[in-house]
Write a protein that binds this ligand. Structure first.
Ligand code: PHE
Length: 410
């Protein structure tokens, strides 16, 4: 009981409803039930909270405009406490007890990987807004995502470090308990080595650790120019503090898992000069991003991170598919999600390929500077229209980078 109360208070504090509560303004018994599962509490809590905010914003817009096929959407939200076993449990419950027609979640790849087989075997379509491990959508034809995958993310970071920063000695610190971390570390390493770089030290930790000093000491003695740490924000903040305490001055680099309003809050000054790849940049002048950021700030009082943007896009893509589906059953909705083409999302135009991953999504490299997160660079996959246009004048190698520094937030 005490634990439940704490959860409720924590959720109230960030403006989220308690799990399983309707927040989309729907009432009566005629709603379309959509399940959401995510890390509303636990070490990755901001992932679930931001995603939830994005989903609610999208669904409230849809309901205010009349819903889908004349029916309102009701989102049933379950907290998996940042645990893979709970992700599987909550998805089983949403399917068997609540009969949801579709699922939105998860963020962390290990959690999506645990839940996806259940969605797949029940023929309930699932859209992960932000899980980047390639294996997630390989779980079956009912599993989709809204984000780029880690082969592209790892190669983009390797290219940025070797080609833009001209560094050829990197260390890697990986979370062995995370499918995301181990996968991204491998993709980074192979691309970095292919670029002529060398991995001078490789160390590991496990989710839940809070002393990283022995690994960092080993890395320090290998004298890398950069340390690649594909982890989640709560660990990164602590790792950065301990690295600086040990006299390590080199920049830390990472992937989208760093994205959280808590990153700089936890890591403070220790984060200065470090950088990571992300799905979107809140300071993007694109009118669709500007409108989203403004509406989100008005409602939640904070700048939306990429999880909020991807959650919003996932919900809108699902609604688009449901409105086109002949019937609101799993197979019909699945077919329409699979047919998503040119959908104008906040994180880019979304077209799903035959592997159920979006095609041609851009990647932003963000850096912590003066306690703020600023844009360093953007990458586009080869074969996207902009890359193709560039290639007509000069041959380019994938991914393509364009330097465009700008300030975040305001
Ligand atoms: N891509 C991460 C994973 O697969 C999750 C994540 C996405 C975290 C975007 C932060 C921002 O585990």
């Amino acid at each position: 009981m005490r634990k439940l109360l704490i959860v409720a208070v924590a959720l109230l504090a960030v403006g989220c409803p308690p799990p399983s509560e309707t927040t989309s303004g729907a009432s009566g018994g005629n709603e379309i039930l959509v399940g959401e599962y995510g890390s509303l509490t636990g070490p990755e809590a901001t992932f679930g909270q931001s995603t939830h905010n994005g989903i609610m914003m999208a669904m409230d817009e849809v309901n205010a405009a009349g819903g889908v096929k004349g029916r309102k959407i009701k989102v049933l939200t379950e907290d998996d406490q940042s645990k893979a076993e709970e992700a599987a449990n909550t998805v089983s419950k949403l399917i068997s007890q609540n009969n949801v027609v579709a699922l939105l979640g998860e963020v962390a790849s290990s959690n999506s990987l645990a839940a996806a087989p259940i969605a797949q075997s029940n023929k309930v379509p699932m859209i992960s807004p932000s899980s980047t491990n390639p294996a997630v959508t390989e779980k079956g034809e009912y599993i989709f995502r809204m984000c780029f995958i880690d082969s592209y993310q790892g190669a983009s970071m390797a290219d940025y470090i070797s080609k833009q920063l001209k560094m050829n000695r990197a260390a890697i610190l990986v979370d062995v308990k995370s499918d995301y971390s181990t996968g991204l570390a491998q993709f980074f390493e192979s691309a970095f080595v292919a670029n002529g770089g060398r991995i001078v030290a490789k160390q590991s930790y496990a989710k839940g650790d809070n002393d990283f000093r022995s690994q960092l000491t080993a890395i320090r003695s290998a004298n890398p120019q950069v340390i690649f740490i594909p982890g989640y924000y709560n660990d990164i903040g602590q790792i950065a503090i301990q690295a600086r305490d040990l006299g390590i001055t080199q920049p830390l680099a990472g992937g989208d898992g760093w994205e959280s309003p808590k990153l700089v809050e936890i890591g403070g000054k220790a984060m200065e000069g470090s950088f990571y790849s992300n799905h979107y940049f809140a300071g993007d002048p694109d009118p669709r991003v500007r409108q989203f950021v403004e509406m989100y700030r008005e409602r939640f009082g904070q700048t939306p991170d990429s999880l909020a943007a991807l959650g919003y896009d996932a919900a809108k893509v699902l609604v688009n598919a449901m409105s086109k589906a002949a019937q609101l059953d799993g197979p019909s909705i699945r077919d329409q999600i699979a047919a998503t083409k040119g959908f104008p999302g906040v994180t880019g135009v979304i077209t799903l390929g035959p592997d159920r991953n979006p095609i041609g999504k851009k990647l932003a490299i963000l850096e912590v500077r003066n306690g703020d997160v600023v844009l360093k660079d953007t990458f586009e996959p080869a074969g996207s229209s902009a890359a193709a246009a560039a290639a007509t004048t000069a041959p380019t190698t994938a991914p393509t980078a364009t330097t465009a520094p700008a300030k975040s937030g305001t």
